[in-house]
Design a protein around this ligand. Structure first.
Ligand code: TYD
Length: 214
């Protein structure tokens, strides 16, 4: 018996980590083994790459940043380690994996936001992670003004190197997520992220319903 792989995606401030936690609690209450994790990161190796990518005082400081291609390769390398050492073994023993961000973030940020070709990002994923896809990708969507207000409250201006990019960058990211969700309606569930965490959680539970018997 293999487990299920559920991913939360969306722009900054849409509530992915809160919803990951609430879903994991609900699945555990049904007696399932649940592994919660996040990207970039989730394993010691991938967390080390996360620091290289996101820390403002990391090696790409002073506004220079990584080049777009180097950045995409680092995300793919972090994902490769995460998939090989955490996600695949968990699924193989029957656990459910709930992950905050995954491949579609690379497609939306390094593709939609930074302009890399989608097929190149998918090729990196094939090389790095043998193309592993989630059973269900929850795309949380929220009005950009409300998302910005939530981020302001949460991070108090201390955005990481990617979160701090310009509004038009984030608008391209949001549009790309929507395109991918519309192109693959069987793999994505689009979930409205406005309202209380409990209200959004109820929508998430309705969206995972089909996975029990799958
Ligand atoms: P995180 O602190 O997890 O942000 P959030 O709370 O908004 O989810 O930081 C992850 C950042 O990295 C976020 O700005 C999105 C970006 N990212 C990519 O650009 N590509 C990727 O493949 C992934 C996984 C994340």
């Amino acid at each position: 018996m293999t487990g299920r792989f559920i991913v939360f995606e969306g722009g900054e401030g849409v509530g992915k980590s809160t919803q990951s936690r609430l879903l994991a609690d609900a699945l555990r209450a049904r007696g399932l083994e649940v592994v919660t994790t996040r990207e970039p990161g989730g394993t010691p190796g991938a967390e080390a790459i996360r620091a290289l990518l996101l820390d403002k005082d990391g090696p790409a400081k002073d506004g220079l940043g990584w080049g777009t291609r180097a950045e995409a390769l680092l995300f793919a390398a972090a994902r490769a380690d995460h998939v090989e050492t955490l996600i695949r073994p968990a699924l193989a023993r029957g656990a459910w994996v709930v992950c905050d961000r995954y491949l579609d973030s690379s497609r939306a940020y390094q593709g939609g936001g930074s302009g890399l070709e989608d097929r190149d990002i998918l090729t990196l994923h094939r090389i790095g992670s043998a193309g592993l896809l989630p059973d269900c990708t929850m795309l949380l969507s929220l009005d950009p003004a409300e998302a910005a207000a939530r981020v302001q409250k949460r991070d108090a201006g201390a955005l990481d190197r990617i979160g701090g990019r310009a509004a038009d960058y984030h608008a391209r990211v949001g549009a790309a997520f929507l395109r991918y969700a519309e192109a693959e309606p069987d793999r994505f569930a689009q979930v409205a992220a406005e309202g209380t965490p409990e209200a959004v959680h109820a929508r998430v539970l309705a969206a995972v319903d089909g996975l029990w018997s799958a």
